[in-house]
Design a protein around this ligand. Structure first.
Ligand code: ADP
Ligand code: ASP
Ligand code: MG
Length: 407
């Protein structure tokens, strides 16, 4: 008998039929004697619908009320799921984040889980119930509903698995695992059987939305065995695991892209100590996470500062930059939303030379101009014009042999 956490994403619970099918799948495991915790997302499209509704009320929705609204989507699916289970003659109970006591900090719309109380889940397990928990939501210490950021149900699932010391956390989705690149834009993408936590962290942070990045951090920290697989088939998916020797033989494991960033340039900034701090402190204070930063040197005492921010924070960042540019006597500033970041990721990069140069050559051969570059030990990212994203992803995927059966 095992304790299993299963998470089903929005497309897996998109309508009553799908919810019934998911319930059947879970009940099968429960009948085998396993203790089941099910984490559900809202029905596909619902969270987006709420975002749209909120914006019809307020240009920048009040974060607390925004969370109050967004959290409702998951309440619908967990209740329907519990009904489906009861209809089939088994027992289930649906629980919201605040009922379980998934305690978060108070950063509305992007809250972090601080603590999970497992007592209630254990009590219902002892009563033989399938426990169904709303993904993506929590509650602050003073009882305000929070959400964890888009895609956050993965994090709920892994955090619950860690807290409950579950035997496995299974993330069920609309693809049958983690692929060498997004299978929806590259037909030649191959399913990866095993991937390291570190590679998965990079892939997730660089745009592979198949797993929410914070779920991978939790899995790595608490060594939660993570299995990403398809809701619609029984095939084995991708295991996210600790690194082993064999994994380093391939220089590149995956290619990702992210179209949700924008670029901001502040031109002719005085090249003096403290300038970067003056620019980036107010941006950080506003909770905006800056990604790639480039500082160009000009002749003389002026420099250009270019950086990227999430597209959703662009307007706010531009407002801050307008003020900062004036304060530091910069000549001008500009922004560009039509960019994308394309990245290659692989732990094997550590022992293979020339990977970055291959990437630059491949992009050059396709006539794609590189606007910014950033690297880490196991990734290289290039910011390019958005219209070339798909071309860049496919060319890099081919160039690094990811369409071949190697893993
Ligand atoms: P869910 O609603 O189940 O959480 P998501 O839409 O969040 O599902 O994540 C699954 C999607 O992630 C897939 O449909 C696919 O388009 C996308 N994706 C992006 N990169 C990858 C990748 N490398 N491997 C698998 N899927 C990927
Ligand atoms: N429903 C939320 C979203 O669409 C959370 C999730 O699906 O993981 O972002
Ligand atoms: Mg998701």
């Amino acid at each position: 008998m095992a304790l299993i956490v299963q998470k089903f994403g929005g497309t897996s619970v998109a309508n009553p039929e799908k919810i019934k099918a998911v319930a059947d799948r879970v009940m099968k495991k429960a009948r085998e004697g396993n203790k089941m915790v099910v984490v559900l997302s809202a029905m596909a499209g619902e969270t987006n619908r709420f975002v749209d509704l909120a914006h019809q009320m307020q240009q920048i929705p009040d974060p607390r009320e925004f969370d109050m609204l967004l959290a409702t989507g998951e309440q619908v699916t967990i209740a329907l799921f519990a009904m489906a289970v009861k209809e089939a003659g088994m027992d289930a109970i649906s629980l919201l984040g605040d009922q379980v006591k998934i305690i978060t900090d108070s950063r509305h719309t992007r809250a972090r889980i601080k603590e999970i109380d497992t007592d209630m889940i254990k009590k219902y397990h002892d009563e033989g119930k399938i426990v169904v928990v709303a993904g993506f939501q929590g509650v602050t210490e003073d009882d305000h509903i929070t959400t964890l950021g888009r895609g956050g149900s993965d994090t709920t699932a892994v955090a619950l698995a860690a807290a409950l010391k579950a035997d496995v956390c299974e993330i069920f989705t609309d693809v049958d695992g983690v692929y060498t690149t997004d299978p929806n834009i590259c037909k030649k993408a191959k399913k990866i059987d095993r991937i390291t936590y570190d590679e998965m962290l990079e892939l997730a942070s660089l745009g592979a939305k198949v797993l929410d990045i914070r779920s991978v951090s939790f899995a790595k920290r608490y060594k939660v065995p993570l299995h990403v697989r398809s809701t619609f088939t029984d095939t084995e998916g991708t295991w996210v695991v600790e690194e082993d020797q064999q994994m380093e033989s391939l220089p590149v494991s995956g290619v990702t892209y992210n179209k949700n960033e924008a670029r901001i340039t502040i031109s002719k900034v005085p090249d003096t100590p403290g300038t970067a701090s003056k620019i980036f402190t107010p941006i950080a204070d506003a909770g905006i996470v800056v990604d790639v930063i480039i500082q160009n040197t000009r002749s003389g005492e002026l420099t250009d500062m270019t950086f990227t921010v999430p597209l959703t924070d662009y307007d706010q960042a531009m407002k801050i930059v307008a003020k900062v540019a004036k304060d530091i006597n910069a000549e001008s500033f500009s922004g560009d939303k039509d960019i994308a970041k394309v990245s290659i990721v692989g732990v094997g990069m550590r022992n293979h030379a020339g990977i970055a140069t291959t990437m630059f050559r491949v992009l050059a051969e396709e006539g794609i101009n590189i606007l910014m570059i950033s690297t880490s030990e196991i990734k290289v990212s290039c910011v390019i014009e958005e219209k070339y994203t798909e071309l860049a992803v496919r060319s890099l995927h081919d160039a690094f042999g990811l369409d071949k059966d190697t893993k």
